[in-house]
Design a binder for this molecule. Structure first.
Ligand SMILES: Cc1cc2nc3c(=O)[nH]c(=O)nc-3n(C[C@H](O)[C@H](O)[C@H](O)COP(=O)(O)OP(=O)(O)OC[C@H]3O[C@@H](n4cnc5c(N)ncnc54)[C@H](O)[C@@H]3O)c2cc1C
Length: 836
């Protein structure tokens, strides 16, 4: 009996030793040779010291022998790499040229670190802190403020269905259309960060104006010319675009080619034709486009089409591929000017058709050398533009909505309480604020990375998707907090049009369902993974022997990487990541550690999914989307942590940081859990669950108490509230509801105590009998419950609140289309812009 117990004890000790050493080697990512040496020494010790029978020791040595053999490269290539490569080639998903170009576009940045299972935080922490130059700040404080003051959104959206002429000329003359154009061409040459801040300010005021300004500064003629144009094209067009003498648009989408934009049926055929009185070789274009922003007023159309050269006039290729050209509006055969009407937010948008439009070859952006390069050009530039336009517009809308909702929740009373003091409303305000913090963090840190030279293509998809989705949630929440005040349209309504425009942001620049299901993880897995692209390129290498050598290197690295991530995921899951290295010790330490943990689990899940599902993973969009959600949650949490650092680790902002990180990391856990629940190979799902959630689902979303402290932060005139909405237009004035709400909020801190005195000393004692506040103030004055000065303060506050909670009403005929009715009450922002 004793013998049995001691051999079981010995077995246990050796088993723990072997497992422990293997786990440490894997966790520390030891090389194959080092692992072989260490395990070899351990095995020798076992042979020498262990009392187990010979047959058992021999059995234990078999896996080690196999490991040792893997060190002999020729043997490994013959017995493992070659057969695996044969199967791998069959599994490899077919990839079109356009997909390959999309994969090659842009750079890999922090997204790549998250795929490693052990992100190098130094890389993120040392990234440039985004900042405005003096000229950029002056533009925000000058022309940008002035533009915001000129904008009357009710007049724009309801009366004119357009920006007023003086706003158009101000936008053009002040260079708003040339923010990305270098100064040598007459542009403003703003950093990505400054560009983003300008859009935030304008978006907080008018969606019509911000969409109008975003487009010429995003993917379109200017950006394409800058990167690919010939010197002659740049010198001719860029100064004209910078001065607003040309209004550009970019036409890719057509009735049959929406999300699948690479399938455009629009053609250009190289042929001879008449141009300015002589015969030249040019292109005959036939196209039908729709939804094109600025098209109705554009003077210069950037056009994407498929170029053919059937008569081989320019070379030996008949199908040259997608090509981008610049077509002046007045070119014969172009039909332009009609308008689409995007959800009552009437920025200029409409269709363009072209029938047998003949233009010279040098209309191609970059000249004939760039024929067929159109798709690459578009996806390359999208990786920058998609980080800025829509995320900034959504952030501007969100910042304005939070700023307004928190103040409104303080001044609007029901049941004798500010509505923001009710727990239900408090939690809604908290999530609005924390999501806004996430949006601001992600757009500013990523803009900083762009200014540092990155073209982050996968983050651009994450930012576009999540900023617009958060924008949608915040718009909904703001409407709920405002109740009927948000619903009744009119000059006094500062929310309705922002709410209406939400689906536009969701749909454009890659519709969100597609972006989540196909792009974020689909592109990320191949682009950012440290080995997958290398393996794919090696497998496709036409030089077979070089391909095998490259594939062998990548495969060995990949196997070690996967084993290491399995070990890391298990260890970090068991220890809840308590002992991992972080760049900062303090209140945020645990969030850094949890990102480390999810990075390891995500990397493991990614490898197992790709290995077991291969090309089928592309079809399993819901699995791919969930992995994309995990990646996004880690990315956004990292942006929040870096943003908090960039802003000087302010303790006052900690509730926002904590809420943001907690909710994002909880999201990461839940999406991993759902990924495992839906993974088709159940034994593999069980194995992954063991390695990823060895202690079950342990992470919880933010607490109610945390929510309450955030609501407190933003329902008071705190510095955190100002920081959260730092770039929006909140200048006090008669035509700015945000400024007026802030004034009322500041007054409320005094007025509330006066109201309380009226209630306690007057109403409850029966001395004050009036039911409304104005009557109560008068009685309180008579009864000396309030002094003259206090009564004046309370009357002023009450007048402000009455104006702010008021809504517009209309005579029936005023609401009929085409009557352009004025609201019967003069409200916030009503008829106050210079043009109205
Ligand atoms: C207001 C506005 C302004 C615009 N401005 C411009 C412009 O200036 N220039 C320009 O060229 N285009 C512009 N567009 C076009 C815009 O880019 C397209 O609307 C967008 O690409 C989606 O195409 P679609 O509307 O045809 O939707 P569809 O492609 O028909 O998609 C419908 C739905 O199906 C989903 N879906 C499609 N394929 C998949 C898939 N494989 N997996 C999962 N889901 C999928 C989409 O996510 C979407 O939810 C604009 C559109 C609007 C509405």
């Amino acid at each position: 009996m004793n013998d049995l117990a001691s051999s079981a004890g010995e077995f246990f000790v050796w088993a723990v030793l072997f497992l422990g050493v293997t786990l440490i080697l894997a966790y520390r990512r030891a090389s194959l040779s080092l692992s072989s040496c260490v395990l070899g020494l351990l095995l020798l010790s076992y042979w020498a010291l262990g009392s187990a029978p010979e047959w058992w020791k021999t059995l234990v040595s078999i896996p080690y022998t196999l490991l040792l053999l893997m060190n002999i490269r020729p043997l490994r290539v013959r017995s493992v790499t070659r057969p695996f490569l044969r199967s791998y080639r069959k599994l490899l998903p077919a990839m079109s040229a356009t997909e390959r170009e999309a994969l090659d576009a842009g750079t890999v940045w922090w997204d790549g670190e998250l795929f490693t299972g052990g992100p190098n935080w130094q890389k993120l922490m040392s990234a440039k802190v985004p900042a405005l130059t003096a000229a950029e700040q002056a533009f925000l404080d000058g022309p940008c403020e002035d533009l915001c003051a000129m904008l009357d959104d009710w007049d724009i959206t309801h009366t004119r269905a357009d920006l007023p002429p003086q706003v158009w000329s101000f936008i053009k003359s002040q260079g708003f259309f040339g923010m990305i154009i270098p100064q040598r061409y007459g542009g403003l040459e703003f950093s990505a960060y400054a560009h983003s801040c300008v859009l935030i300010k304008i978006a907080s005021r008018s969606g019509t104006a911000s969409s109008t300004i975003a487009v010429p500064n995003s993917l379109g003629p200017a950006e394409l010319l800058l990167h690919y144009g010939t010197e002659a094209q740049k010198n001719h067009f860029l100064p004209r675009l910078a001065r607003g003498e040309e209004v550009p648009c970019f036409a890719l989408t057509g009735p049959r080619a929406g999300s699948d934009a690479a399938s455009i049926p629009d053609t250009g055929v190289i042929c001879k034709g008449q141009w300015q009185g002589s015969e030249i070789v040019g292109m005959k274009l036939n196209f039908s486009k729709r939804y094109i922003t600025l098209a109705p007023v554009a003077t210069l159309v950037g056009l994407a089409f498929r170029l053919f050269d059937p008569d081989r006039l320019m070379g030996d290729r008949a199908d040259l591929g997608i090509t981008c050209a610049l077509i002046p509006r007045e070119t014969a055969g172009v039909t332009i000017g009609r308008r689409d009407f995007p959800l009552n937010v009437p920025f200029q948008n409409g269709p363009i058709q072209g029938h047998d439009v003949f233009v010279p070859i040098d209309a191609i952006i970059g000249g004939f050398g760039m024929a067929g390069q159109g798709w690459r050009m578009l996806v390359e530039q999208l990786s920058v533009g998609r980080c800025i336009s829509l995320p900034s517009n959504a952030t501007g809308g969100a910042q304005a909505a939070v700023y307004a909702s928190a103040a409104y929740a303080r001044i609007r009373r029901q049941f004798n309480m500010p509505i923001g003091r009710f727990e239900g409303v408090e939690q809604v305000l908290a999530r609005m604020a924390a999501r806004t913090y996430i949006m601001d963090a992600a757009r500013s840190v990523t803009a900083g990375a762009i200014d540092g030279g990155e073209k982050p293509s996968v983050p651009s998809a994450m930012l576009k998707y999540h900023a617009t989705e958060f924008g949608r949630m915040i718009a909904n929440d703001a409407m709920d907090v405002h109740g009927g005040k948000g619903i009744c349209l009119g000059p006094k309504n500062y929310l309705g049009r922002g709410y209406q425009i939400v689906p536009v942001a969701i749909t454009v620049e890659g519709a969100n369902i597609l972006t989540r299901s196909l792009i974020i993880f689909g592109q990320g897995a191949v682009r950012c993974h440290p080995y997958v692209l290398k393996e794919m390129n090696a497998a496709r290498n036409p030089d077979r022997e070089t391909g095998i050598a490259e594939f062998d290197r990548a495969l060995m690295g990949h196997v070690g990487f996967a084993i290491s991530n399995a070990a890391r995921s298990l260890v970090l899951g068991v220890t809840l990541a308590r002992f991992t290295k972080v760049p900062r010790v303090g209140p945020t330490t645990r969030y850094f550690q949890h990102v480390n943990r999810y990075s390891a689990s995500f990397a493991l899940a990614t490898d197992i999914a790709m290995l077991s599902l291969g090309g089928y993973l592309k079809k399993k969009e819901t699995l791919s989307a969930r992995l994309g959600d995990v990646l996004s949650a880690m990315y956004l949490a990292s942006m929040v942590l870096k943003h908090h650092e960039n802003q000087g680790r302010l303790p006052e902002d900690l509730p926002l940081v904590e809420w943001a990180c907690r909710s994002l990391l909880y999201q990461a856990q839940e999406q991993l859990h759902l990924f495992l629940r839906n993974f088709p190979n159940r034994p593999l799902a069980a194995l992954m669950r063991l390695l990823i959630f060895p202690r079950g689902l342990t992470y919880f979303p933010p607490s109610d108490r945390l929510g309450r402290s955030i609501a407190d932060l933003i329902m008071n005139p705190t510095a955190a509230r100002e920081r959260l909405s730092r770039h929006i237009y909140k200048t006090p004035g008669t035509n700015n509801p945000l400024g007026q709400l802030q004034e009322a909020l500041i007054l409320s801190t005094v007025a509330e105590s006066l109201e309380k005195r009226i209630r306690v000393d007057g109403v409850k004692t029966g001395r004050i009998t009036a039911l409304d506040l104005p009557g109560q103030i008068s009685q309180a004055l008579t009864l000396s419950i309030l002094s003259d000065a206090e009564a004046a303060v309370l009357r002023d506050y009450d007048a402000k609140v009455s104006a702010l909670i008021g809504v517009d009403d209309f005579a029936p005929h005023e609401l009929r289309a085409g009557t352009g009715g004025d609201a019967c009450t003069a409200g916030i922002g009503a008829n106050s812009s210079p043009d109205s």
